[in-house]
Design a protein around this ligand. Structure first.
Ligand SMILES: C[S@@+](CC[C@H](N)C(=O)[O-])C[C@H]1O[C@@H](n2cnc3c(N)ncnc32)[C@H](O)[C@@H]1O
Ligand code: SF4
Length: 378
């Protein structure tokens, strides 16, 4: 089984917190779609004999595509890859793009999962974040998608926003759960360099939320999600009735994935590839048959670190027997030794060779994961 990720590198405007790769100028969009199609045809050997069970349009803003463009990309995938019978086909969508006609068109060309970038239901937050939509747009996009027949809807929310109190965050969560969707991605705001937010904070125009409030927001996320029968299956991801994101789950479980488009990453167990993060150069190089990506062959240490990094963030955790058989006894002994202190603090829980983070431990996930990394010559 394998997944295909397609990066659509355009946005209508730049949100203050975001450092993903995109351009606002869409003059080369037609050429970009042609090059994405060329890359799909060129890269089919990358997945070898694997069947494609997930297709994910991410961005940037894939919801600016027309249904014809999506159809063209999907037909190229069907013509060149072995696709399983009912693939999960996700499209990341911004609420301001989602009117009734557009949602129906996405549905009709085969998109069966919508991931809607709500971020907050508070209009003041949305203005501050420089989002292109309002609270009402977000609510109506979800309700319309449900009316059209989408049975797998996810929403992105962010916490730790400047001036967002614990109450504000809980209001966002309660409103979202009342809308009765299947999946939530809740991200703690991270301050990225080269963003407007970074500039505001540096110039003391904006203050980031204090750690205690952010941790309380995280704990209330865990409580409210639980009350609404949502399972936390990855630190930032929650689902009802096991409607997990199959695509993202395969990243976290180290499955093969092919990334298409500028800045997209690919992984095939032994190596990682990342496409050039420039629309202009990507188009130029694809049209002249030149190399448009960099590649890194992963050492066994890096493969082990990748396994710990992705799997320990999920509810399935890491497994000592898997580590022994995939990477060798040296790595299994290292894991057992390094996890001892976290076990004593009850930050991790071990049973039958399987290790997962506890709720308390998930607050310190990054610290625990980097501690379990295997660094040569230490
Ligand atoms: C890169 S966006 C693409 C989806 C779509 N363009 C949108 O804005 O909804 C994917 C998600 O990443 C999250 N994100 C982006 N930058 C972030 C940051 N600095 N901190 C936390 N979450 C972030 C947002 O929740 C966003 O919905
Ligand atoms: S959060 Fe989404 S819409 Fe905003 S700049 Fe990033 S990719 Fe574009």
């Amino acid at each position: 089984m394998a997944g295909i990720y397609i990066h659509i590198p355009y946005c209508k405007k730049k949100c203050v917190y975001c450092d993903f790769y995109f351009k606002i100028n869409t003059d080369d969009m037609h050429e970009m779609i042609n090059c994405i199609i060329k890359e799909l045809v060129r890269r089919k050997k990358y997945v070898k004999t694997s069947r494609i069970n997930t297709i994910y349009f991410g961005g940037g803003t894939p919801s600016i595509l027309t249904e014809k463009e999506i159809k063209k990309i999907l037909s190229t995938i069907y013509d060149n890859y072995k696709v399983c019978e009912k693939p999960e086909i996700t499209l990341e969508a911004n609420p301001d793009d989602l009117n009734m006609k557009k949602i129906a068109n996405f549905f009709n060309v085969g998109v069966n999962r919508l991931s809607i970038g709500v971020q907050s239901f508070n209009d003041d937050d949305l203005i501050f974040l420089n989002r292109n939509h309002s609270r009402e747009d977000a609510i109506s996009s979800i309700k319309t998608a449900q009316k059209i027949g989408f049975k797998n809807i996810s929403a992105d929310l962010m916490y730790g926003l400047p001036n967002q109190s614990l109450n504000d965050w809980e209001d966002n969560l309660n409103l979202l759960f009342d809308l009765n969707i299947q999946h939530l991605s809740a991200y703690m705001l991270t301050l990225e360099k080269k963003t407007k937010l970074f500039e505001y904070v540096k110039k003391n125009k904006v203050k980031m939320t204090d750690d205690t409030t952010v941790i309380n927001q995280y704990y209330s996320l865990l409580n409210i999600a639980k009350k609404n029968n949502f399972v936390q299956y990855e630190i930032s991801n929650f689902a009802k009735d096991n409607v997990f994101s199959k695509h993202n789950t395969s990243y976290w479980q180290n499955k093969l994935f092919l990334g298409i488009g500028p800045s997209a990453h690919s992984f095939n167990y032994e190596s990682r590839r990342w496409n050039i993060a420039s629309n202009k150069k990507y188009i130029e190089k694809l049209n002249t048959n030149n190399i448009y990506f960099e590649e890194e062959i992963l050492t066994i240490n890096q493969q082990y670190n990748e396994y710990v990094l992705t799997n320990l963030r999920t509810m399935w955790g890491i497994n000592i027997n898997v580590i022994k058989s995939r990477f060798g006894s040296k790595f299994a002994s290292h894991t057992i030794k390094m996890m001892q202190k976290w076990n004593e603090k009850k930050y991790i829980h071990e049973s039958n060779e399987n290790v997962v983070l506890t709720d308390k431990g998930s607050v310190f996930a990054d610290k625990i994961i980097s501690d379990l990394f295997f660094v040569e010559n230490l």
